[in-house]
Ligand binder design. Structure first.
Ligand code: SF4
Length: 223
């Protein structure tokens, strides 16, 4: 059985739930995730938003289920964080799930939940997720972050040190600048072929733009 075999009422519910995100991105605001993954996909999302496939929508839906039930258990939850770039008139925006409190050190820890199909294969956290929580922690003047990976059978926790944030800020500023130039010149950034392409709703459009692209490779990470 595949997701397509689910009753239509359930498929409609999944698509509706995922489509009901009330956050409206402001002009010249880029989501943190659009900079951490393929920039060309970030470009397409900005210029021609499309309906997600059922599989992509289900991955988001699965995460939303846990977010909605678990985040309200914490006083600080679903907090949006923004960062103004120095080199371009762009704000980078993202939202962490919640802050946990360490009673031994009397400090807060930025925590993001990540749902996955199967925890068995997750031995290290995805580098993009690590960058995400380090960024959130930095913006909230905190030195500790963590990632909680969950599937429907188990959980795994990864502690993340924020460490020296400057190389990450430089990388994000550089990518924000590339996306800004691409959007203002109406030219898609180069392809970043990798595992993400299998889940990308812009695959056809991307392949049609092949003639004016280079190919870089990104490494596999948890979905
Ligand atoms: S198909 Fe791959 S290279 Fe093209 S936009 Fe999607 S993720 Fe990027």
């Amino acid at each position: 059985m595949t997701l397509e075999d689910l009753p239509q009422e359930i498929k409609d519910h999944i698509m509706r739930t995922v489509g009901n995100d009330d956050y409206q991105e402001k002009p010249n605001t880029y989501s943190l995730t659009s900079l951490l993954y393929c920039l060309r996909k970030g470009y397409y999302r900005k210029t021609c938003p499309k309906l997600l496939s059922l599989e992509a929508a289900y991955n988001i839906y699965r995460g939303k289920l846990f977010d909605e039930k678990w985040s309200p258990l914490f006083r600080h939850n679903q907090v949006r964080c923004t960062y103004r770039c120095r080199s371009v008139p762009v704000t980078i925006s993202g939202k962490y799930d919640f802050l946990t409190y360490n009673t031994t050190t009397n400090t807060y820890i930025v925590t993001d939940l990540k749902t996955t199909k199967n925890l068995y294969y997750i031995n290290t956290p995805s580098p993009e997720y690590v960058k995400q929580v380090r960024f959130y922690a930095y913006l909230n003047s905190l030195s500790q972050a963590q990632l909680l990976y969950i599937d429907f059978g188990d959980a795994k926790k990864f502690q993340i040190e924020v460490g020296n944030i400057q190389p990450l800020l430089d990388e994000l500023e550089e990518k924000a600048q590339q996306l800004y130039i691409a959007l203002t010149s109406k030219t898609p950034p180069p392809k970043e072929t990798g595992w993400l392409c299998d889940y990308c709703e812009y695959q056809t459009m991307c392949n049609n733009n092949d003639s004016n692209s280079n190919t870089d490779t990104v490494t596999e990470a948890a979905v």
